[in-house]
Design a protein around this ligand. Structure first.
Ligand code: PLP
Length: 374
């Protein structure tokens, strides 16, 4: 792996601080032997439910499984349609397709890079079963509005919260007011396990009941299989890691917000645009997206940053409708112009709670250097 001066991730840094408390608990668990759906998983589920503000939580294998199981639990079946946004991580739409449903994309907005909710009503049809909104890069979609649109259309709202742990919409944590919030705790996420992990949150007891069955072979009791399920349970060791980190997430989000505020202030005179519209305390800055004027400039800026040891990356360079995996949908270039423009004009600057003053200044100086501005 290349040695960066400012890497985008520093997974191990978080564990150094946790070591004294966490390692003995892992040892106790290993000797205790209750590895599957035991006390550590239940404790994390309780703690995360409390963090969100009193919803049901089921710990799962991954964020991708959370999306698949949530859509399954709300009744998405083969032949249905699921409306979602064209600029997101692949798993959002993969989940619908895995269930035999058709993802129906809408575009995102120039201002905040989030789903354009104005386009959703026209995308709803007789086969639409659910809408999946994505709180992308740590910024929440307007959940209240999405709830209203889905209620008017008679369809179910699901939230992809993978990038937005702790983010708020209208003062409420995301993942608490729709049928299901889908969480990823994979190592790059703001709340990160030491491997794959995920969860579903839901205020709906029937969805909670179905998810509890689905994640455990559809099995309410040993040797009884009520529905076709999956094997997708939050691993006990990962649950311990997550429980040890959960108390720190809001502080880490504040630290991320401070880095974002510095980037915004120090890069403000340059021909760059940022995600607009969120109250600073509602955004959790999973990624810090920067929009340049063109693909040529974006690519040159990424190269410049990489050459200076800054691990700037592109998320996501190809919108979902142009990915080979969704070629069957027959959606051509030009169909979702904003998603297509963002795919070629944006890049992410490193953002982590542990970036120090020197790192932040170096990133800003290097970006300004690219534009020839001291
Ligand atoms: C928006 C979004 N949805 C879903 C996922 C899938 O989560 P996981 O990697 O835990 O399966 C991710 C992250 O990988 C994501 O960023």
């Amino acid at each position: 792996m290349r040695d960066y001066k400012v890497p985008k991730y520093n997974y191990a840094a978080q564990f150094r601080a946790l070591r004294d408390g966490l390692v003995p608990e892992i040892e106790r668990l290993l000797l205790d032997g209750r590895y599957v759906l035991g006390p550590p998983t239940e404790e994390f589920e309780r703690a995360f439910a409390h963090f969100l503000g009193g919803v049901g939580v089921a710990g799962l294998n991954s964020g991708t499984d959370a999306l698949v199981l949530a859509l399954d639990a709300v009744g998405v079946r083969a032949g249905d349609e699921v409306v979602t946004v064209a600029n997101t991580f692949h798993a959002t739409a993969l989940a619908a397709a895995r269930l035999g449903a058709t993802p129906v994309f809408v575009d995102c907005r120039e201002s905040d890079f989030l789903v354009d909710l104005d386009q959703v009503p026209a995308a709803l049809g007789p086969r639409t079963r659910a809408v999946v909104v994505v709180h992308l890069f740590g910024q929440a979609v307007d959940v209240e509005r999405a709830i209203g649109i889905c209620a008017a259309g008679g369809v179910t709202l699901v939230e992809d919260c993978a990038q937005a742990v702790g983010a708020r919409s209208g003062g409420h944590r995301v993942g608490t007011r729709s049928s299901a919030g889908c969480w990823s705790f994979s190592p790059a996420k703001n709340l990160a396990a030491a491997g794959d992990a995920g969860a579903i949150s839901t205020p709906d007891p029937e969805v909670a009941r179905r998810v509890a069955l689905l994640r455990h072979f559809g099995q309410p009791r040993q040797n009884e299989h009520e529905i076709l399920g999956y094997n997708s349970r939050l691993d006990a060791i990962q649950a311990l890691v997550l429980s040890h980190k959960l108390d720190m997430v809001d502080d880490w989000s504040r630290a991320r917000g401070e880095v974002a505020a510095r980037y915004r202030a120090e890069l403000s005179g340059l021909p760059l645009r940022f995600q607009e519209g969120a109250a600073p305390e509602e955004h959790v800055y999973h990624l810090f997206q920067v929009r340049t004027e063109s693909e040529r400039v974006r690519d040159a800026l990424v190269d410049h940053l990489q050459d200076h040891g800054i691990d700037a990356v592109v998320r996501y360079p190809v919108p979902l409708h142009l990915q080979p995996a969704f070629a069957d949908l027959g959606l051509r270039r030009g169909r979702f112009p904003v998603a297509e423009k963002l795919a070629v004009e944006t890049l992410c600057l490193p953002i982590r709670p542990d970036l120090d003053e020197g790192d932040i200044s170096y990133v800003c100086e290097t970006v300004r250097g690219f534009y020839g501005t001291p």
